[in-house]
Design a protein around this ligand. Structure first.
Ligand code: ADP
Length: 453
């Protein structure tokens, strides 16, 4: 499309008297039809034209009207109508009498073209319409030039017809809307019912969960009470047992005392048996008492700065007496460099002694070794032995009270040492773990926080 042909209007008309409004309306619709606007859009732009024409006739005593087709910024074609007023617009602005006018077209504005102010409106030509090539525009011009403007009466009749059609359409749209509304109400009722049902189900589930929690709370309170009464029972019984057992040991010692009447060899052996059984019993009672105390939370760690070297020295000294097997070596490695952590010295000593004692009890040849090392903010104590090892499926069980690996009982013991050791380590804020397999020895690892529990 060349500049010249694009600038050339499709049609020009003058708006001077009332009747011209009808003509402009009618011709406007014809132009819209010729360029390919759909029926509804033809009526829309024609209506907008007659409204604007009426306004301009009143305010500016008329206008020169021209129709054009041009390509918009969106690459689509637009039908444009320019109405150049006969006298200046009041305040240089145009405000349509009816606010709905601007909704009938795509754009409605006041533009100044080459010094001339025009009221301009446009409506997009649908993509389905034939492309307005210069040749086609020329044809449009000819076609529009051929058709003569009809009379005001004709236009009124046409307008009436359009009005009736529009009313019909409004009515059918209103009916459709009523149907849609009914459907919507129906859907709403369904959604509401579903929502109510879901809410009920949710409340039901909630009530179930609440009841479950209450039951759980009750069960754990019962468990706590049972565990407390077990600890209390253990503590009481072992406390009550300690006095008579100590008496038996003391009496046994009296009987074998050189100041007492001499015993026959057989009597001496039997008294010795009584004494050693009583000593075993006292040991068991003491361990039970310790465990009961640890479980009832009656042990309060006394956390202070502990230097490991003297602790290790003491362990070496006290345990040497228990390392009686000629083929087993006890090695307590001297910690390298400064070895200080915050913990309870007595409890740590008990734990390590317990683990080393087990190692010595169960190892027939090789060594039992204690080494300590610092890893970040934790200290790790490893007690390793070359004993029989423990099958992985028993790793948890040996930490249960009174559990002893079958066959291991012949070396004595109560099955309380490891559960007690683990309790103490937990009290110190640490962990006690085991790595072991049958035939490969065992490693018990105690890990404690350097800064204390
Ligand atoms: P106790 O040593 O008095 O029997 P513990 O609770 O200390 O009780 O240990 C429980 C069981 O774990 C022991 O009876 C033994 O079967 C097994 N056990 C413990 N330490 C070792 C070890 N170092 N090597 C092999 N088995 C062990």
């Amino acid at each position: 499309m060349t500049e010249g042909s694009a600038a050339l209007p499709l049609l020009q008309m003058a708006l001077r008297v009332e009747q011209d409004i009808f003509v402009i309306r009618q011709r406007g619709r014809e132009v819209a039809m010729v360029v390919g606007l759909e029926h509804q859009d033809q009526v829309r732009i024609a209506t907008a034209l007659s409204e604007v024409a009426r306004d301009l006739l009143r305010t500016t005593a008329g206008a020169d009207v021209s129709f054009h087709v041009d390509a918009g910024a969106d690459g689509r074609f637009h039908l444009r109508a320019d109405l150049a007023p006969m006298s200046p617009l009041p305040d240089g602005r145009y405000q349509p009498q009816s606010g709905a006018v601007s909704r009938l077209v795509d754009t409605l504005s006041v533009s100044t073209v080459e010094g001339v102010t025009v009221v301009r409106m446009s409506r997009r030509v649908p993509a389905s319409a034939p492309t307005p090539t210069p040749e086609r525009l020329a044809e449009f011009r000819t076609e529009l030039g051929r058709t003569a403007p009809a009379s005001a009466l004709d236009e009124l009749t046409t307008q009436n017809g359009q009005l009736i059609a529009a009313l019909d359409e409004v009515r059918s749209q209103r009916d459709e809307l009523a149907v849609l509304n009914e459907e919507l109400a129906e859907t709403n009722r369904g959604v509401l019912a579903l929502y109510n049902q879901l809410t009920e189900e949710l409340e039901e589930t909630n009530r179930g969960v609440v009841a479950l929690y209450a039951e759980l709370d009750e069960k754990s309170a019962q468990l706590r009470a049972a565990s407390e009464s077990k600890s209390r029972f253990l503590a009481n019984v072992s406390h009550e047992l300690r006095a008579p057992v100590t008496a038996i040991i003391g009496l046994g010692r009296l009987l074998t005392d050189s100041a007492s009447d001499p015993l026959t060899d057989e009597q001496g052996r039997q008294v010795e048996l009584i004494r050693s059984s009583a000593a075993d019993l006292l040991n068991l009672v003491n361990e039970l008492l310790d465990l009961a105390k640890a479980e009832s939370g009656r042990i309060e760690p006394d956390v202070v700065e502990v230097d490991l070297r003297p602790v290790f020295g003491q362990l070496r000294g006290t345990l040497r007496a228990l390392a009686t097997r000629p083929n087993v070596e006890l090695v307590v490695e001297e910690p390298r460099g400064p070895a200080v952590l915050r913990t309870d010295e007595v409890l740590l000593g008990q734990v390590l002694r317990n683990l080393l004692h087990n190692g010595l009890k169960f190892t027939e040849r090789g060594e039992v070794r204690l080494r300590a090392s610092q890893h970040g903010d934790r200290w790790q104590f490893e007690v390793t032995d070359t004993g029989p090892g423990i099958a992985p499926e028993l790793h948890d069980r040996i930490f249960e009270e009174f559990y002893q690996v079958p066959g291991a009982t012949r070396v004595g013991g109560t099955g309380l040492g490891l559960p007690y050791a683990r309790r103490l380590v937990t009290l110190l804020g640490g962990t006690l773990e085991l790595t072991s397999a049958p035939g490969e020895g065992s490693t018990f690892t105690v890990s404690l926080p350097t800064g204390g529990a």
